[in-house]
Design a protein around this ligand. Sequence first.
Ligand SMILES: Nc1ncnc2c1ncn2[C@@H]1O[C@H](COP(=O)(O)OP(=O)(O)OP(=O)(O)O)[C@@H](O)[C@H]1O
Ligand SMILES: [Mg+2]
Length: 298
Amino acid sequence: MRTVVPRVRGRSSRSDTDDSPRPGPYGRRPAEAPGPALRAVGLTRVYGQDESMVWAVDGVDLDVPAGQTLAVTGPSGCGKSTLLQLLGGLDRPTEGEVWLGGMRIDHLGERALARLRRRSVGFVFQAYHLMYELSAAQNVELPALLAGASPRAARRRAGELLQQVGLAGRARHLPSELSGGQRQRVAVARALANDPLVVLADEPTGNLDSAATHDILRLFDELRAAGQTLVMVTHDERVAAAADRVISMRDGTLADDTRLDGDGRGMRHGHDGGTGLSHDGGTGFSGTGLGALLRWED
Ligand SMILES: Nc1ncnc2c1ncn2[C@@H]1O[C@H](COP(=O)(O)OP(=O)(O)OP(=O)(O)O)[C@@H](O)[C@H]1O
Ligand SMILES: [Mg+2]
């Protein structure tokens, strides 16, 4: 564990150039709120105390506009996972604010936060975190059921999503009967079950070989084309190169913030920028089609 000696607080690492006004009053509903999909203001998470205090996230200011694909990079222990967990309401900041869809979420009570996470955030983890006693389809149905969808609607949605991630033929398989790449595609489908405002992915390709990484990148590119806001932590340059923007963290702060122009990445414009991907990439479905699916109504 990297240990940081306590020191004077108060510096800011704001590195984005968006000078749009701060969001409106606490509690405004996401649908009514303009502004970024995600916003961190002075976000700080300190672990431990006294000499062993660690500023895992240290005064981060960040806006993620709706529809942006943001990659978060940086050395091990710099705070990437902690930042992602704070943004998704899985952890609470020591100081600072988190806004999701125009609503401040860091002050919400446990139940409200859990409900918000279920409905508005889709998580994808390196180790998949699937329910291993449930089939692929049941895993994808679960978030919709928990959010109050009827079993029929949840089943239909899961079927659609599994088809979109290329696993229609594996719906009844248990995770143990799937490859790593297939498991992660189930996890992506599950993350999309409730049409989340943001998808947060922590090292989504960390356990995958290059072919399976390719499949996940292709899916993410389709999500990007469909306007899905996506934040992904990654060590993989190919994954970062597929984003609209890359931020790099050092010791809990934002050290760099780069907006990619879309050229040379291959995924965006159908030429191979080192990823080996093209926009259509053989998925057989268009971003528009997935976009329609993402706006699930029932
Ligand atoms: N529960 C915890 N208790 C104490 N310290 C923690 C805890 N979780 C994380 N840390 C510390 O906070 C810092 C940031 O950890 P974090 O997991 O966010 O890093 P990371 O950038 O995701 O690293 P990696 O690339 O290895 O996954 C590290 O120094 C870590 O040791
Ligand atoms: Mg991590």
